[in-house]
Design a protein around this ligand. Sequence first.
Ligand SMILES: Cc1cc2nc3c(=O)[nH]c(=O)nc-3n(C[C@H](O)[C@H](O)[C@H](O)COP(=O)(O)OP(=O)(O)OC[C@H]3O[C@@H](n4cnc5c(N)ncnc54)[C@H](O)[C@@H]3O)c2cc1C
Length: 590
Amino acid sequence: MTGMDFDIVVCGAGMAGSTLCRQLRRELPDASIACIDPIARPLPDACHKVGESTVELATHYLAQVLDLESYLREDHILKNGLRFFPGGGATHSLAERTEIGPPQLPIVPSFQLDRGRLENDLRAMNEADGVQLFEGAKVTAVDLAPGDAPHTIALSGPEGAKRTLRARWFVDATGRRQLLARKLGLRRSTDHLARAAWFRVGERVDVAELVPPSDTAWHERDRTHIRWQSTVHFMGEGYWAWLIPLSSGFTSVGIVVDGDIHPFEAIHTEAQARAFLAEHEPEVAARLAEPPARDFRCYREYSYGAERVFSPDRWALVGEAGTFVDPFYSPGSDYIALANTYATRLIREDLTTGDATNADRFSEWYLRLFDESVVTFRHMMGAFGNPAVMTAKIYWDNLQYWSFLCQLFFQRAQELPLDHQQEVLDEGIEFTRSHRRAQALFRAWHDLGGVTLGEARNVYLPPIPSILANAYLDLQKRVEPAELLPLLRTKRALTEEVLGELVLRVLRELPEEAGRTLARDLELATWELPIESRRLTLDDLSPRDRRRALSSVAKDVERCLGKPTPRDDVASWEAHYRACLDRDVTDVAL
Ligand SMILES: Cc1cc2nc3c(=O)[nH]c(=O)nc-3n(C[C@H](O)[C@H](O)[C@H](O)COP(=O)(O)OP(=O)(O)OC[C@H]3O[C@@H](n4cnc5c(N)ncnc54)[C@H](O)[C@@H]3O)c2cc1C
């Protein structure tokens, strides 16, 4: 048995562990870093791990913080954003369903990652940068030491060899093995019951193949033929299925279901998963009938949180070793970026000053961001078949994401002095309040209004120019630390105005009685929405006068989500709104 000392031992060389090693190496060039993983290279292309689609935050982390942009452009697929087809495939062909997605390749990039390829390459880069890799070796025990004493880490392998490492920092990046979370009893429920199954096929599956060439109008919408580069979501009641193209030429296919709506048995074998697709998304199932699945995996319940992820006793949990929320909108690697960035700062501060006490606050802040993210997904899949609700939800969720979480990361708020960062996160609580309300609104809209498939719409999100596009394009701008809080406040005011418009829109879409029920159930009168009194009168005007009088936010929402369904069964919209918002009692000072 040989003993070796390191500043940092990272347990697990998956995406979280390997990206953390790269970040640490760049910020702490003199630190000694070891990284351990039982699976040795070469890792297989494509059929390695799930977690292939990145969104803006994680891409910024990989491309800019870790300086991997040219590598990503060369070795992975530039992504055409997230593309959604709500409405379910059992009754409507794909061309008859609403399509929601970006009109062009991204200005702020995101990528489809081949995970086997990425992890092979990251390990090689880390090794070349001086990280000591122990591949084929597994951590069998960790003895966490108090005070300044080193932690002791027992390794087994390769070939049965036993080794002991000592380290000032121990980072658990073992994914769902959750070495430390299990040992210390840190795992916590998110109260979000959802299941998933996935497999890969060894060929490109292009969403355009699912619509006959004779449907020229549908194909014309994608003249440059870039739809296939999107993460494609086929959505119906209580489920969604994905197609993700990989640079190795494979396609990743997955199914996610709400555990309260669909049992695990519906997807827990390849045959069942294919049968599920055949029932709910027959066009997808038919296209996948020929190519054999190259692998198959499933999770009965994939979401969980944690009591704590960083400790002043010099340990940290990153990636799925700590938390995982949901794959819809692909936020998994965003939370890797956030956790790694806090862990890096913590380790840097400790190695330079011997003080790791910020761990308590970083842990609390990370978990606050994580816990709030659950709201976006919990009990929402019931509405996934509903095109009107999903269009509004996707619009809103993107606006929130680009306005707060992305800004926080892109503007490096995690590096701010603690008091300043606390203010930024407190501003986040205000965003959260609107976000929770919006999710309750979407759920109630779906529950009370039911699903109207109606005419298929083509919704470009974000359309340029628009408020949503501004939120997205603003990610390219850097602001001084002192400007961040005012920027977030401006963005929050805008999102609250948007929420006001969404509330009026939902009240306009629902039957009058259902609108009043929604208002009562959600206690709309207490929301203090920034809706001008005059706005309440506009929907009684002629379409031309109404359009002229609407605010720029109201016009923008309408342009993105489409005009509300015309209805003449409400005698006075103003009276209806006032009754629902209880506006005579609680008119809001603007
Ligand atoms: C259905 C589903 C779909 C998803 N889709 C997306 C997506 O589209 N985009 C996205 O960003 N995220 C997605 N995710 C999340 C993504 O998969 C995870 O965030 C990511 O894979 C976690 O990486 P990790 O490094 O924490 O864990 P892993 O990648 O699992 O790595 C853990 C590593 O630890 C090693 N290890 C285990 N035990 C030990 C031990 N005892 N000693 C040493 N090493 C050990 C393992 O060999 C492994 O290499 C999805 C998740 C699910 C469930």
